[in-house]
Design a protein around this ligand. Structure first.
Ligand code: HEM
Length: 485
């Protein structure tokens, strides 16, 4: 009845006891997404914690998260005004900016420019795929070189260079060699980005930590330094583009964004600084995520050699040994897609989305959440929700195949790694093409093996992305190395 409903609406959100000053900060542990899932067992899928002086609502489980992000998409489309967010992309980021009319325009421009250079028509589609194929073969050469040097190697850095090159080719029409020291150094520091903007970062909830010497302050200082260095790199390239801009010829995504933001007549409020912010956002988002996904895939292929062998057999059957796999093979390679989806689900390597905030008062599962509340969205809990997944803690790609070996599309769409709603990732389509082509080509061309003296663990470091800890593998060519040419 109405009376009971009103009572429930007025009920305080459940949640653990919060200590003065720090709140629940000391209880988050090394893996906050696991802690949040454990707390959900006690308090339900929607509860409140306190970090520093912020009340934070944590959403868990498939039903609550979809209710919030899809049915109440506008109410959950905000971003908090965290101190770390202001250092990103020269302070003109689209990703780390709160919901507004100007943000909507900004996002649309970024989305349109990605589409224009990846899927607008068959020509751009082909060009994008060729970039990825070329990077995949360069990557194999870099792996083989490392193999020759020391037998077992850590693939992490070469994967970052490869993913960065794909997005740099789109944005700047330029790639960098795996031996380019300056580029490698830049990417080496960008790797640390996610440690500070991941949900639960202490400087954001206790900003006073930046004002006296302590470990959080030094991590935050390096975060500001790496953002400055990365943004300077991007801004220099955009400035070069601006100086040689020709409205008749759109060479790459930087030109496309310059054309829409710098040269626009309409009063969007967006400035040249936003052009630079957009390009910096896209490069930052496009390199860490795709490389982390491939990093996990390699680890799992080495850990489960039977799965690697089954993939090689299927790819050989569909593609043969005389050419490289291409995107048209995707429809016939359901098992590879299943391995990719299971890697995303099982590792949930973006365990929580970038923090959200509410843009107005909203009610979720009967609980009232006021405007401007910080919201953490636990994607890991969606992917391990026992109501949705049988044996969620097992790595089992075949869960995505039906009895005829075809991909179960209902189940693949239940995996949450790109978030949902108004803040859903805008690079999801290009990311899927990249992950498919990179993995298909790597597996077709090489066999990856573990160092027998290494106990292969799935331990990882926490941040915006979960990264496997240092592991070493070997790569052996399965035949003559093919190139995309
Ligand atoms: C946002 C995942 C690749 C561009 C996000 C978010 C997630 C995500 C979880 C946060 C959504 C939220 O806060 O609710 C991934 C994964 C990727 C990937 C798993 C690869 C496997 C890419 C690529 C690009 C990209 C390749 C572009 C080149 C963006 C942008 C946003 C975003 C611009 C911010 C959207 C906004 O705030 O409105 N992504 N992403 N992502 N992603 Fe991706």
């Amino acid at each position: 009845c109405l009376w009971v409903r009103n009572l429930r609406l007025k009920r305080r959100l459940p949640g653990p006891f919060a200590w003065p000053v720090v709140g629940n900060a000391m209880q988050l542990g090394q893996m906050p997404h696991i802690t949040f899932s454990e707390l959900a067992k006690k308090y339900g899928n929607v509860y409140q914690i306190r970090l520093g002086c912020n009340n934070i609502v944590v959403l868990n489980g498939d039903a609550s998260i979809r209710e919030a992000l899809v049915q109440h998409s506008t109410e959950f489309a905000g971003r908090p005004n965290f101190v770390s967010f202001q250092s990103v992309s020269g302070g003109n980021s689209m990703t780390f900016t709160n919901y507004s009319k100007q943000w909507r325009t900004h996002r649309k421009i970024a989305q349109t420019s990605i589409r224009a250079f990846s899927s607008a028509n068959s020509q751009t589609k082909k060009a994008f795929e060729q970039h990825v194929v070329a990077e995949a073969t360069e990557l194999i050469e870099a792996f083989l070189k490392l193999n020759a040097e020391g037998q077992f190697f850590n693939p992490a850095h070469e994967l970052t260079v490869a993913a960065a090159n794909v997005i740099c080719a789109l944005c700047f029409g330029k790639r960098y060699g795996h031996d380019d020291i300056e580029f490698r150094t830049l990417l080496g520091s960008v790797d640390k980005f996610g440690e500070t903007v991941g949900a639960g970062s202490l400087v954001d909830v206790m900003p006073w930590l930046q004002y006296f010497p302590n470990p959080v302050r030094s991590v935050y200082q390096s975060f500001k330094d790496l953002n400055k260095e990365f943004f300077t790199f991007v801004r220099d390239k955009v400035v070069e583009h601006r100086e040689t801009f020709d409205p008749e010829v759109t060479r790459d995504m930087s030109d496309a964004i310059i054309g829409v933001i710098d040269k626009a007549d309409s009063d969007t409020g967006l400035t040249e600084a936003h052009t630079e912010g957009t390009v910096s956002d896209l490069i930052g988002a496009g390199l860490d995520t795709v490389s982390t996904c491939l990093h996990w895939m390699l680890l799992l292929l080495v850990k489960y050699p039977n799965i690697q062998t089954r993939l090689q057999e299927q790819i050989d059957k569909v593609v043969g040994r005389d050419r490289l796999p291409c995107i048209e093979d995707k429809a016939s390679l359901a098992y590879l897609d299943a391995v990719i989806y299971e890697t995303m689900r099982y590792t949930s390597f973006v365990p929580l989305t970038i923090p959200h905030s509410t843009t107005s008062d909203v009610t979720i599962e009967g609980f009232h959440i006021p405007k401007d509340t910080v919201v953490f969205i636990n994607q890991w809990s969606v992917n391990h929700d026992p109501l949705q997944w049988k044996d969620p803690h097992l790595f089992d790609p075949s869960r995505f195949l039906d009895e005829n070996g075809a991909l179960d599309k209902d189940l693949t769409s239940s995996v949450m790694i790109f978030s949902a709603g108004k803040r859903r990732c805008i690079g999801d389509q290009i990311a899927k093409v990249e992950v498919f082509l990179f993995s298909a080509i790597l597996i077709h061309q090489c066999t990856f093996e573990n160092n027998p003296s290494q106990d292969l663990s799935l331990d990882c470091s926490y941040g915006l992305t979960l990264k496997p800890l240092n592991y070493k593998i070997s790569a052996k060519l399965r035949g003559e190395l093919l190139t995309g040419a």
